[in-house]
Design a protein around this ligand. Structure first.
Ligand code: SAM
Length: 433
């Protein structure tokens, strides 16, 4: 290694750290450079409580504690907290850096506890989910506190043609979690919880990423594919995205309204999406505490459907199968349903990941993805041109999913006949506008 290669002038604070220590503990582009580049755009002052999410081997946590005299909760999934504790003690900051083993969807911290959150080369592993910031993270930072991330990203979003020609030989599926600064800004602000103050490409980020990769490959004697890719691209497509936002002082309008006496849903509201051609769809997302195979049975077995859908699915479980959807007897009696059996068809049957079926004029598509703690379920319901009553339909599916979550997570759901969608109708009426 050239003596100064690991000490570029742009990162004077990082230059004070032993390159061998950094190289032995880094897990991607030099974490100290990324942290220094982010920290210069954030307000960090002594004594602040900072969450370092996805800290890996805690290089960034140690750096922040030493450089800014903040307290850091060094939180990670893959790296054991005891291993990090040894490193933290070795760096002499055990009074200010606290190692925690946790998954990003189950963070064991009190609401509003942190003055700031940082995440270095980790947020894209879990944070591209539309509901993640709102449901799992932003609330842990006090209002007025800052959240900052650095992630590998893109100059601009890819077109439908995919990655550009010169990157195709290097491209991996995981790179589809890379996004542009504009995408990240919109993604975070959509939550209503934060206002983005900075969304840019770190100056010369791709070059620093490449440089640190080359040194690392040389050290580990491993192929230089990633550095080669970055050299071939030369910053045309790839870079390091910095995003800094501040927790909004005012809760978003929808939460305001909820606090004025409406029932707060246990699970997030779905989205009502209207395209320009007059068609409407609903989108829901749920995190469930069982693996996809388990959730698949709950979605497709008659004895499970009994607990969370108003009807059974009768017929072969295979693609293109004609099925019927008879409402359960007690549902027929309660709602005075006249057409007691609707026609249906299985459109996609790919256990345990995708199930789509039509009943009457609604197409339901379920996608299941494994997560470290169970399954992420995404449900899209295409409603065609259904108009004024869409909020009633949305409230109905919301209550079905409440039942499904209870069934999957706890093994039992309350009697479906008692489920009451009216509690959600006003909320969805507001969303429907
Ligand atoms: C590429 S490493 C970067 C680590 C460190 N920040 C650095 O820059 O050296 C990504 C880190 O994200 C963490 N991570 C990924 N998915 C996670 C999740 N669901 N919850 C918590 N941490 C996660 C991993 O444990 C891993 O240490």
């Amino acid at each position: 290694m050239r003596p100064d290669a690991f000490r570029p002038a742009e990162f004077p604070r990082s230059a004070n750290y032993d390159p061998d220590w950094v190289l032995d503990n880094m897990m991607g582009p030099n974490a100290l450079w990324l942290t220094e580049s982010l920290a210069e755009s954030m307000e960090l002052s002594p004594g602040m409580r900072v969450l370092d999410l996805g800290c890996g081997r805690a290089l960034s946590s140690i750096f922040l504690a030493k450089e800014f005299d903040v307290q850091v909760w060094a939180t990670d999934l893959w790296v054991d907290a005891s291993e990090n504790y040894r490193r933290i003690c070795g760096a002499g900051v055990e009074d200010r850096v606290f190692p925690i083993g946790a998954e990003a969807h189950a963070l064991p911290f009190a609401e509003g506890f942190f003055d700031a959150m940082v995440s270095i080369d980790a947020y894209h592993y879990f944070g591209t989910d539309d509901l993640y910031l709102e449901s799992h993270l932003a609330g842990l930072v006090r209002t007025g506190g800052q959240l900052g991330i650095v992630v590998p990203g893109l100059v601009e979003e890819l077109t439908s043609a995919g990655p550009p020609e010169h990157l195709q030989r290097y491209w991996e599926p995981a790179f589809f979690s890379f996004h542009s600064p504009a995408w990240w800004k919109r993604h975070w602000e959509n939550s209503g919880m934060v206002t983005v103050e900075l969304a840019d490409l770190a100056p010369d980020g791709w070059r620093h990423w490449m440089q640190s990769d080359l040194i690392w490959s040389e050290r580990l004697n491993k192929p230089t594919d990633e550095a080669d890719m970055l050299a071939a691209d030369a910053g045309r497509t790839l870079g390091l995205v910095r995003l800094v936002a501040r927790r909004n002082e005012q809760p978003p309008a929808r939460l305001d309204e909820l606090e004025q006496g409406m029932n707060q849903p246990a699970h997030p509201l779905g989205e009502i999406v209207r395209d320009g051609n007059g068609t409407t769809s609903l989108r829901f997302e749920r995190l469930l505490a069982r693996p996809p195979e388990w959730v698949w049975r709950a979605l497709t077995d008659s004895d499970q459907l009994r607990h969370w859908m108003p009807c059974d699915i009768v017929g072969p479980r295979e693609e293109e199968a004609e099925v019927s959807a008879p409402f359960w007897d007690d549902i027929v009696a309660k709602y005075g349903i006249e057409d007691t059996v609707l026609a249906g068809r299985i459109v996609t049957w790919r256990p345990p990941s995708t199930f789509a079926w039509e009943w009457d004029d609604e197409l339901l598509t379920y996608h299941l993805e494994p997560t470290p703690t169970g399954t992420q379920l995404k449900l899209t319901i295409d409603l065609g041109s259904k108009g004024p009553d869409v909020h009633l339909v949305a409230a109905g599916y919301h209550i079905c999913l409440d039942q499904l979550c209870a069934l999957v997570d706890t093994g039992e759901a309350p009697p479906f006949i008692d489920a009451n969608p009216s509690q959600y109708e006003a909320l969805y009426a507001q969303l429907a506008g």
